[in-house]
Design a protein around this ligand. Structure first.
Ligand SMILES: [Ca+2]
Ligand SMILES: [Ca+2]
Ligand SMILES: [Ca+2]
Length: 141
């Protein structure tokens, strides 16, 4: 029922995917702004649970020309300890070669349009596209 309400609320928004599981933010925001927008919509920044979900989101972002885009992965609390914004304990990662490198202090993550949607850590203040997800986390810390 809750999901239905979300879908109705978002139905007028041009950037909602038909399935309603994800939402691609096309107005660039920093990480905190992106996360707040996802929560306002009833979800969180996307947690990528496996390679098939990475491919789904990669294809979705490709269709919207929305690279690079924030996902819900960050090491803000403890440098080098990466956690998902929605509390999911998922261990899947898809870092680009030589990433994460924390170059100048990078604690947030964007999916890039290279290496089939691989990830790079980036400064959280970098305004970017972003992808929200509305499904529940599969597990929690
Ligand atoms: Ca997910
Ligand atoms: Ca970092
Ligand atoms: Ca980096």
């Amino acid at each position: 029922m809750f999901m239905l309400v979300v879908l109705i609320n978002l139905s007028s928004d041009f950037s909602v995917q038909a399935s309603g599981q994800y939402y691609v933010g096309l107005h660039k925001k920093d990480f905190n702004g992106a996360l707040a927008d996802c929560k306002k919509r009833g979800g969180s920044l996307a947690t990528i649970n496996d390679s098939s979900e990475n491919t789904r989101i990669f294809n979705l972002l490709k269709s919207k020309h929305a690279f690079p885009a924030f996902i819900g992965f960050q090491d803000l609390v403890s440098e080098g300890t990466w956690v998902w914004a929605n509390g999911d304990c998922n261990k899947y990662t898809k870092w680009l070669p030589n990433e994460p490198n924390n170059l100048g202090g990078e604690d947030c993550v964007r999916m890039r349009n290279s290496h089939h949607g691989s990830w790079n850590d980036i400064k959280c203040s970098t305004k970017s596209f972003y992808v929200c997800e509305f499904s529940k986390s599969k597990c929690r810390y």
